[in-house]
Design a protein around this ligand. Structure first.
Ligand code: GLC
Length: 720
């Protein structure tokens, strides 16, 4: 490494800091010449096998020092085999299945010559209006940290080699707190909130040796991330001792000028360099100005060398220097069955059963007629979801086809698209449709959002089912047929208008290539739902932000002091109402809370035991609970543990997730689930990054959602 660095000219060093966008299928002359002259360290968005091989050949054989390229791609939830969108995967609460998915994606991407992905996206997302919530792992710091780290391990393996690819923790930091849920908007996050919420998953990714970080587009309290020296120099490098390298987001360095932080691209380049952004994605500030800037600032190559060294280290770790040529074998034509099965299992565990009135699910496979309704029922493309660059519809198995394959020969399955798209404002052939549903034993409505309605820059101000879907459901409610609603969506939707009009609701997010077989297995009982919400579902948009760990305020609301707008007496005196923290026109609870999800099994919680009622800050508390499966079928329960630090030098949330375990329990069986709690679970950060664990009384709750069934308490002490 040092020998290579010592041979490099300053221009070649700056070249390593530059990422260019590929032409997607051929090598344009300007890229060829740039690589030959050592001005390119990485290429993004090239997956054409021959082109990648040619790009690497030029770099290795035709540049002076033969330094191979990093080939970056957004492999967010699968490469060719598409897994559920990350928000859906998060609903599995299963680090193993997430790691497996990333491993499959890395294998497929590495075969195509990709050696770096821009994932996991671990932005804390508490605003379902924000389109990129689809790409996130939800609202909770602990869950995001656990699942994001699992994704890093899946992509990178035990070491960056062979079928592994470098991962990227993005978008550092706080991008999900964009004002009004509008992408790219400013974020105003105070230091304590940054440290205790938004930074938590990134710190975990750093501790789990993620190879790279990505700076976010967003303005953080007046200093956009890509020019934020405190964020990268102080927090990432000094506080966390992160050793990988930082890439900007797409042209986020040049955007510093648009933000108004710098006069021009040259100023932006210096701001980013000085902040510690190692590589510039696509914009050309470093290429055009860095050499001159170093001279003007009378700066030697010390910092430049550090940046180059970080990037070269990743290339060495990836084994890019180990062989004289880098010939990638190319993409699978037929996807391996093992990959498809992994995607199916991930989809099965991602779906969340939100409602199952009168146990209408699971369905009988021998019914005489099933109506399948909706524009998303037979659309292998839409079920793939957002951020799929390389997934192909031809690999998808739709819900309709899977239902048809699942039922017995005597069962008639009748499909009606009903709407042209999920956004249509009129129903096609309503009379025939109503007739068909009236004559069916059950109707499966596959509705929700098309993939394009979530993802980057695709934010919504209203969160109802798009188009005339609510009216369609209301019309079909007029029949006596049982209605099962399967929702494909990239975000929580406001479902209050439809819940009374359907019997069951299965939330499938965008479930990926194998979404059809997974949903069908769940509908017919070949699989038992186990998904739990990784994000709160609001009743109305006006409740946002609403999330389970919101602070109590000095006047918390409860069932006793809540007065609904319809119950307010005319001319009521100002102080006659509850005077509590709530809206007048909507109940203060969410539609569905974080951690919620039904199963075909039922579980009860008993006997919450603590190993002691008093522990030292350096001690460990053993917590156990008995979980009983009261049903007649095996089921998986996600047992969740929450704490409340009741009094501290900073107010703490009334509930914070600090542990979860997926346990499979047989019919009528009881399983004792145990957690070990220590200072890592009981402290909090203050603005300068110091971690405090203060003595005091803690409540501890365990249950099947963020409304735990059982609570207990203990005292944390500090022995002198
Ligand atoms: C995008 C996204 C980022 C992505 C990058 C490269 O604008 O913000 O998440 O990795 O550009 O496609």
């Amino acid at each position: 490494m040092q020998q290579l660095l010592s041979q490099m000219t300053q221009e070649e060093k700056i070249g390593q800091l530059c990422q260019v966008s590929g032409a997607e299928g051929y090598v344009p002359d300007h890229i060829r010449h740039a690589i030959q002259s050592g001005q390119v360290g990485s290429v993004i968005n090239e997956v054409h096998k021959e082109t990648i091989n040619e790009l690497q050949r030029i770099a290795i054989e035709e540049s002076r020092l033969g330094i191979p390229l990093l080939v970056g791609r957004d492999v967010i939830h699968g490469f060719k085999t598409i897994f559920p969108i990350p928000l859906g995967q998060a609903a599995s609460w299963n680090p193993e299945i997430i790691e497996q998915g990333a491993k499959v994606a890395a294998k497929e991407a590495s075969m195509a010559g990709v050696n770096w992905t821009f994932a996991p996206m671990i932005d804390i997302s508490r605003d379902p209006r924000w389109g990129r919530i689809a790409e996130s792992l939800g609202e909770d710091p602990y869950l995001c940290a656990e699942l994001g780290s699992a994704m890093v391990k899946g992509f990178q393996g035990d070491y960056l080699y062979g079928e592994s690819i470098a991962a990227c923790a993005k978008h550092f930091v706080g991008y999900g707190a964009a004002e009004s849920g509008k992408d790219y908007c400013a974020t105003n996050i105070p230091p304590n909130e940054l440290r205790n919420v938004h930074m938590v998953p990134f710190k975990a990714a750093s501790e789990n040796k993620v190879a790279t970080f990505m700076s976010s587009f967003s303005d953080i309290d007046g200093v956009p991330a890509s020019g934020n020296k405190w964020l990268f120099d102080q927090v990432l490098r000094k506080d966390w001792q992160f050793e990988g390298f930082v890439v900007s987001d797409w042209e986020s360095i040049s955007q510093l000028t648009i933000h108004g932080l710098t006069e021009n691209l040259k100023g932006a380049a210096w701001k980013a360099f000085d902040a510690g952004i190692d590589m510039e994605m696509v914009s050309t500030g470093y290429r055009d100005h860095l050499s001159e800037l170093l001279q003007e600032h009378d700066e030697d190559d010390t910092r430049l060398n550090q940046m180059v060294e970080r990037i070269l280290t990743t290339k060495f770790q990836l084994g890019l220097f180990d062989q004289p040529t880098l010939e990638c074998p190319g993409i699978f034509e037929q996807l391996p069955e093992a990959h498809l099965q992994a995607a199916k299992q991930a989809a099965v565990e991602s779906c969340v059963l939100l409602q199952n009135r009168d146990d209408v699910l699971p369905l009988n496979k021998n019914l005489s007629k099933i109506a399948v309704i909706g524009p998303l029922a037979d659309d292998g493309y839409e079920q793939l979801g957002t951020w799929i660059f390389d997934g192909e519809e031809r690999h998808s198995q739709s819900i309709l086809s899977a239902v048809q394959s699942s039922v017995s020969e005597q069962t008639q399955v009748e499909f009606h698209r009903a709407m042209n798209t999920s956004r249509s404002h009129e129903v096609q052939n309503m009379d025939a449709l109503t007739e068909s549903v009236s004559n069916a034993d059950v109707a499966i409505l596959v509705l929700g959002e098309e993939a394009i309605l979530s993802g980057e820059a695709h934010c919504r101000a209203e969160l109802g089912l798009p188009g005339c879907q609510e009216q369609l459901i209301e019309q079909l409610r007029q029949t006596d047929t049982q209605l099962v609603l399967v929702i494909l969506a990239g975000r929580p939707l406001t479902l209050e208008p439809v819940l009374n009009n359907v019997d069951a609701v299965l939330y499938a997010w965008h479930p990926g290539s194998m979404g059809g077989p997974a949903v069908a297995d769940l509908l017919f009982g070949d699989a038992n739902p186990s998904g739990k919400l990784p994000v709160t579902f609001p009743r109305k948009v006006g409740q946002i932000p609403i999330y389970y760990s919101q602070k109590l305020s000095g006047k918390p609301v409860n069932e006793h002091n809540f007065v609904h707008i319809d119950d307010i007496p005319v001319r009521a005196a100002q102080t006659s109402l509850g005077m509590a923290s709530n809206h007048l026109d909507v109940h203060f609870t969410p539609q569905f809370q974080f951690g919620f999800g039904l199963s075909y099994s039922q579980f009860s919680y008993q006997n919450l035991q603590l190993s002691t009622k008093q522990i030292d800050v350096d001690g460990t508390l053993v917590v156990s609970v008995d979980v009983h499966n009261t049903s007649n079928r095996t089921g998986v329960e996600v047992v969740q543990l929450y704490i409340h630090d009741r009094v501290a030098s900073l107010t703490r949330p009334p509930k914070e997730l600090k542990g979860f375990q997926r346990v499979s329990i047989g019919p009528g069986q009881t399983q004792t689930v145990t957690f070990n709690i220590d200072k890592r679970h009981l402290g909090f950060y203050i603005a300068d990054g110091t971690y405090l664990c203060e003595p005091g009384i803690f409540s501890i709750g365990i249950g099947s959602s963020s409304n735990p069934e059982l609570w207990n308490e203990f005292e944390l002490i500090k022995t002198p």
